[in-house]
Design a protein around this ligand. Structure first.
Ligand code: A3P
Length: 313
């Protein structure tokens, strides 16, 4: 469940009283903390993880902006890293009766203490500059997954509108595009989030590995192999011959995960319906939802944000 404001830490309550705020479609207000925007309960989670999360050298941290392929990355990395423990992924595997978010917790969701597997795998949407210090200082590895801004926006729109926040503050798509482009979106600005991790992946390639959702959709085998290698869990030629990699890709596919009971009618600990995380998974699927005018507005922001950078979404 979302944390009630009365239970927030004193630090968070104080911050909320003076941080810049912006009206939002997500909560009544989003607050800008260390350059990025959060609803109050997520801000509390970020502060809590900054204070209490202790990374270990062996930890794996999966990072993304919301709706950029988090669920898929969680499933793929979980299945790849623990492939010795769960050897027959298609017949009996934790991913068959657990949603990926239940297996790989968000560090800002207060439940990281419960993770006792080896290595520990966590995920987060926290921007680079706000990560808990111990993540930066330890030798833990970070995998960042980014997605085309228009597709991520449209995915967020459907996620909020139809599935999760029916009863919360409503707004038009135009208003939401404006907020997204202004940067005041959950964990936004979306572009800065990706660009900071991308830069870090170039400067510190042993620490941060950068992938694009679109590239993974096109060649999942290649990218899962590269991610596994980066994490120190390379697939052997023999494993590949025996179809281990192929089985993992099949197990984690949108088609397979979305038809499982746990992902059709299940709920996460915070009450969210698991089906909300599986939709179309298309590349350039935004065309179904965004008018050309709104698409152009996002494109213009993308253009401005990329001035001076070699990065392309
Ligand atoms: P769409 O809404 O465009 O379909 P996140 O996991 O970060 O919340 O992102 C959700 C997006 O990833 C949704 O995109 C969803 O359909 C897609 N997705 C979820 N599981 C997937 C999987 N196993 N393979 C590919 N895409 C997946």
């Amino acid at each position: 469940k979302l944390l009630a404001e009365s239970n927030f830490s004193q630090e968070c309550k104080e911050l909320l009283s003076y941080l810049p705020k912006d009206r939002s479609f997500f909560a009544e207000y989003l607050y800008q903390y260390q350059g990025f925007w959060y609803p109050p309960n997520l801000l509390e989670g970020v502060l809590y993880s900054q204070k209490h999360f202790q990374a270990r050298d062996s930890d794996i941290i999966l990072v993304s902006s919301p709706k950029s392929g988090t669920t898929w990355l969680k499933a793929l990395v979980f299945a790849s890293v623990y492939r010795q423990e769960f050897q027959t992924p298609l017949e009996s595997h934790p991913l068959l009766d657990n949603n990926p978010h239940s297996l790989v917790p968000f560090i800002e969701a207060f439940n990281f203490h419960t993770q006792d597997t080896f290595p520990r795998i966590f995920s987060t949407h926290i921007p680079l500059g706000s990560l808990p210090e111990s993540i930066k200082k330890s030798s833990c590895k970070v995998v960042y997954c980014c997605r085309n801004p228009k597709d991520a926006f449209v995915s967020l729109w459907h996620f909020m509108k139809d599935l999760v926040l029916k009863e919360m503050v409503g707004c038009t798509m135009e208003q939401m595009v404006k907020g997204f482009c202004r940067g005041s979106s959950v964990y936004g600005p979306f572009w800065d989030h990706a660009l900071e991790y991308w830069k870090e992946s170039l400067e510190n390639p042993k620490k941060v590995f950068f992938v694009k959702y679109e590239d993974m959709r096109e060649k999942p085998e290649d990218w899962v192999m590269r991610i596994a290698e980066f994490l120190g869990y390379s697939f052997t030629e023999r494993e590949i011959e025996n179809g281990v990699l192929e089985d993992i890709i099949k197990l984690c596919s949108l088609e397979n995960l979305s038809k499982l009971e746990v992902n059709k009618v299940g709920k996460l600990m915070n009450g969210m319906e698991t089906k909300a995380f599986f939709r179309k998974g298309e590349i350039r699927g935004w065309k179904d939802t965004l008018t050309p005018l709104l698409a152009e507005e996002i494109d213009k922001t993308t253009e401005q944000k990329l001035i001076g950078s070699a990065f392309r979404f």
